[in-house]
Design a protein around this ligand. Structure first.
Ligand SMILES: [Zn+2]
Ligand SMILES: [Zn+2]
Length: 82
């Protein structure tokens, strides 16, 4: 029996930063002539955060809230014991 919709705990990477940084509107994306530099993938204000996709909740607008870090019991649930 396959149950692909069974909730499972797994890590996902969120990008956390100011709204203007996420919108590519902060100064680090700007070129000298005022354009948007496509060579800048991500500004230095944005950091990555590993959270549990199952325990964290996403709002209807697509924003994450009540994020649960992928640490402690999560990281060992179903993991390989060493
Ligand atoms: Zn920025
Ligand atoms: Zn979880």
């Amino acid at each position: 029996m396959t149950s692909s919709d069974t909730p499972t705990h797994h890590p996902i990477t969120l990008l956390v930063g100011g709204q203007e940084c996420l919108d590519r509107e902060c100064e680090e994306y700007a070129t000298e002539d005022g354009g948007n530099d496509p060579g800048v993938e991500r500004c230095s204000h944005i950091r990555e955060e590993i959270v549990c996709a199952q325990c964290s909740t996403m709002t209807r607008e697509g924003y994450w809230e009540n994020t649960v870090p992928w640490t402690g019991p999560h990281a060992t649930t179903g993991g390989v014991q060493r």
